[in-house]
Design a protein around this ligand. Structure first.
Ligand code: SAH
Ligand code: SF4
Length: 349
């Protein structure tokens, strides 16, 4: 049988409806198929008895329903994190992480195979860019975690999503936003936009677009350096999108969306964790509706730095508080299975 031309997860509910009508079927059947896939969590045509046989045969011939096959499923020793290595149709691979915090489960999903941005301390950046993911490949990761949760915990559903896996989401803007719209569809997975956070390295045109569009997800911006020179040493694309322009874009976003920005700061011992660095962040962000998330550096093969210790991280946090900036230190999760921030990499992208 020739492979189906269209991936169901690439379609919005409306696109699926239009397709079914074009085939000559009632939109009711399209709606039922959508519910099977996203609400009932069914990934097998044979388990969709409420679809009329003729519609099912046509859909089966034309639509791919399968999620991304799991090449590896790893659990962290503390039981809080589970990492899936998923295969794409062209044999490339990506990683998706399920993270448990007190009272909350979050899926961390990828937007690209590899990444073109080259941040020096990031394993994904170290592997280079392979390709953008399609909307369906992004959606499939959320559906996969949702189904894994149901299987683990009898009925638990996915509620929180972070676009902080492999890749730079604003470098793949259209596919990412279509995927966001699909997972937020109220007749499907029905995630709340307020439960979704997108993290960017600072792609200014993407930030402006997000500010101008009505899609109220949370925005996190990776900062890591509070002067142009220090930031560019860690984040090479800062040369293309300089810090001063990035701050203008962030202020525009806050003003337009009336929403705060989360800034991420990877704490590297002796590099960007001194009191003077914290004061520089404080001065840079003072007066903005902002919150800072500190992430002690996770180890990667291509970067030799060490994470900042607990005491120094706390000092950094206290200095930011003096500038009226709320600040948290991110809980470390899944380091033993290389599922922590910036550790996602596959040997063959
Ligand atoms: N491309 C996006 C989102 C993915 S990375 C971005 O860069 O924002 C998610 C976060 O992990 C970013 O803040 C990134 O800077 C951080 N990160 C990358 N490598 C890391 C490492 N080795 N240790 C700790 N944080 C890291
Ligand atoms: Fe890409 Fe983000 Fe890693 Fe930088 S930190 S290389 S932008 S995934």
């Amino acid at each position: 049988m020739k492979p189906a031309a269209v991936n169901l997860h690439d379609l919005t509910r409306e696109e699926l409806r239009v397709l079914a009508v074009r085939w000559g079927f009632s939109s009711v059947h399209a709606a039922r198929l959508w519910r099977y896939a996203y609400v009932d969590g069914v990934g097998d045509w044979a388990r969709m008895p409420e679809l009329p046989a003729k519609f099912r045969a046509r859909a089966e011939a034309e639509l791919a329903l399968a999620l991304l096959p799991v090449a590896l499923d790893t659990h962290s020793s503390d039981g809080f994190t589970r990492k899936f290595l998923l295969s794409l149709t062209d044999d490339r691979r990506i990683e998706t992480v399920l993270m448990r915090y007190t009272g909350r489960v979050t899926a961390c999903i990828s937007s690209q195979a590899g990444c073109a941005m080259g941040c020096v301390f990031c394993a994904t950046g170290q592997m280079g860019f392979a390709r953008h993911l399609t909307p369906g490949e992004i959606v499939a990761q959320a559906v996969h975690v949702d189904r894994a949760l149901r299987a683990e915990n009898g009925g638990e559903r996915l509620r929180n999503l972070v676009l902080m896996g492999m890749g730079e989401p604003l470098h793949n803007y259209d596919a990412v936003m279509k995927a966001v719209d699909i997972v937020c569809d109220s007749a499907g997975l029905s995630l709340g936009t307020k439960k979704i956070t997108l993290s960017t390295v600072g792609v200014i045109p993407g930030i402006i677009r997000l500010a101008d569009e009505a899609r109220p997800i949370h925005l996190a911006v990776s900062l890591h350096g509070a002067t142009q020179e220090e930031r560019a040493a860690l984040v090479p694309v800062a040369r293309k999108w300089p810090l001063a322009d990035l701050m203008d874009a962030c202020r525009y976003y806050i003003e337009k969306q009336q929403r705060r920005i989360f800034y991420e700061w990877t704490l590297i011992e002796g590099k960007n964790d001194a009191a003077e660095n914290a004061h520089a962040v404080g001065r840079l962000l003072h007066g903005q509706e902002a919150q800072v998330n500190l992430i002690p550096l996770n180890p990667t093969a291509g970067y030799g730095g060490e994470p900042t210790g607990r005491e120094a991280a706390r000092r950094f946090q206290h200095i930011l508080a003096e500038y009226g900036l709320p600040c948290t230190v991110r809980q470390r999760r899944g380091i033993d299975i290389a599922a922590g921030c910036g550790q996602l990499a596959v040997t063959r992208a």
